[in-house]
Write a protein that binds this ligand. Structure first.
Ligand code: UDX
Length: 472
């Protein structure tokens, strides 16, 4: 069988090379995939940039190869536009890593003792490196860490520009539906809110589409019951095979994601959760990249305080735009501690999967990064959505109006403490009530578990992926 060949019982052990894009939301699914492929018998080599390098000591079973990235860093002087900074950084990393990666990969291919290389799985944003691998004769697979719906937007980007949806001319256009891609509205499309970055964003998204189209397959962290129609549409549009093998965090051996965390998770908050009533706690986290204004931080704090609900809040160092530089924690408003004493916990980084799986958590206020969205949906936790950029608006649209397991926080613009408090109460109380958000979330949780169980769609696709890799 393919598995016997991979484990070396039939043939020599095959090696899969991985290259994640160095952002937390991209590193986690790549390491979850590594765990999954390793459990199927493949040897694993992880190429990585110096920027946001993984801790190799936490993965003794893998080989790690650092690739000089020429010091490419996201521009610290444009924190107002995360999209622009990220887009430029992605392009810079591709350029800087090209030559060193070529040399390092050639050395791996020369090293006969390391086992034969089956393929390179790289993030779809690393087109240049996927090209290098192919030039050296290594088959490639592209991992897209967002939803299937999001990748459809990437492939539809030229059409969206041709038909005048993008770049959006003014804010009134943002509410218009995108007829060709329901349930998207113009403002939900990636990059709709960053007109200044339109040209370069288009370049980066189309590079990702090329990366997929020129690879031997697309790996997606989603599952059929969640995005059936979107996956079917992608399969129609793409000529390469699509492997929906999500949710990867449920398929990967335990601890895969806790060991790929760039910040150390505070496990003490789990004990605090143990002492809270079931489904009572609001968990608040905006992922690894989103930033907020100092005013929004104050309104968030008082909204949480005034909701009267217990809360666990992840306040990442550097989350406040123009605030205390990382690694200092952001300053909370005077009086906040006294107003919430005994009712809340604030941490710098949480073990999010374990938090979402905890009985005490009743709702998740999220920025709707794809990993957070998927993790919450699969844990049966209703969401309060406040998307910030990129794919997050589209993810929120699905949460709110397709899966109906959460609501979007009104306003989009500046936060207001009264609205925040009311929205928190509505999701925690209403989640279990007649509007049935929690019931639907639990149904999604059940379907996610089904998809990764034996005979489930994702589990079947993992087998197909393993066979595909062995046949490359
Ligand atoms: C980014 C983009 O913002 C997101 O939209 C895109 O889909 C992927 O890349 P990020 O903003 O970090 O990711 O959000 P998300 O995709 O939710 O990933 C965050 C990861 O960090 C999740 O796996 C989450 O479990 C983990 N996390 C977050 C923690 O482990 N602890 C925390 O306290 C917060």
């Amino acid at each position: 069988t393919a598995e016997e060949m991979a484990t070396g019982t039939g043939d020599r052990r095959r090696r899969v090379l991985l290259f994640p894009l160095p952002y937390q939301g991209h590193i986690n699914p790549m390491f979850q995939l590594a765990g999954l492929l390793h459990s199927r018998g493949f040897a694993i080599t992880v190429f990585h940039t110096h920027f946001n390098a993984p801790d190799a000591s936490l993965h003794p079973a893998y080989d790690f190869i650092p690739v000089p990235d020429g010091g490419a860093r996201p521009a610290a002087d444009s924190p107002d536009d995360t999209v622009q900074a990220t887009v430029e950084h992605i392009l810079a990393l591709n350029r800087a890593c090209e030559a060193p990666f070529r040399e390092l990969l050639a050395a791996v291919l020369d090293d006969k003792a390391g086992g034969s290389v089956a393929c390179l799985v790289a993030d779809a944003h690393l087109l240049t490196l996927l090209d290098v691998a192919r030039e050296l004769g290594v088959p490639t697979l592209a991992l897209r860490t967002g939803s299937a719906a999001c990748f459809r937007c990437f492939t539809a980007f030229p059409m969206l520009c041709d038909r005048g949806y993008l770049p959006a001319q003014d804010t009134s256009q943002l509410h218009a539906p995108v007829i060709e891609l329901p349930p998207y509205r113009v403002g939900d499309l990636p990059a709709a809110g960053s007109p200044a970055a339109h040209g370069r964003t288009r370049e980066v998204l189309l590079r990702a589409v090329t990366a997929v189209a020129t690879s031997s397959g697309l790996i997606l962290n989603t599952f059929d019951a969640l995005e059936h129609a979107e996956l079917a549409a992608l399969r129609r549009d793409l000529t390469v095979p699509v492997f929906d093998v999500g949710p990867l965090h449920m398929l990967s051996p335990a601890a895969a994601s806790s060991t790929s965390s760039l910040l150390r998770p505070d496990h003490g908050c789990l004990e605090w959760l143990d002492a809270q009533a079931p489904a009572s706690v609001l968990y608040v986290s905006f992922g690894s990249l989103a930033v907020m204004s100092a005013t929004d931080l104050v309104e968030t704090a008082w909204g949480i305080a005034n909701s009267g609900r217990p809360f666990l809040w992840v306040l990442r160092p550097g989350i406040v735009r123009g605030g205390a530089p990382s690694p200092s924690p952001p300053q909370l408003p005077d009086g906040f501690d006294a107003a919430t004493r005994g009712r809340g916990a604030v941490v710098r980084w949480a073990p999010q999967e374990e938090v979402l799986a905890h009985d005490a958590v009743g709702a998740f206020w999220t920025h709707c990064g794809w990993n957070s969205t998927l993790e919450a949906a699969c844990a049966g936790v209703p969401m309060l959505c406040r998307p910030c950029f990129g794919d997050q608006m589209g993810n929120a649209r699905y949460v709110d109006s397709v899966w109906r397991v959460g609501v979007e926080l009104d306003g989009g613009g500046e936060l207001e403490r009264g609205k925040v408090a009311a929205a928190i109460a509505a999701v925690i109380d209403g989640g279990g009530g007649e509007n049935g958000m929690r019931r639907r979330a639990l149904e999604l949780k059940r379907r996610a578990a089904e998809s990764v169980a034996e005979g489930g769609s994702s589990s079947f696709n993992v087998d197909k992926l393993v066979d595909h890799i062995m046949a490359l």
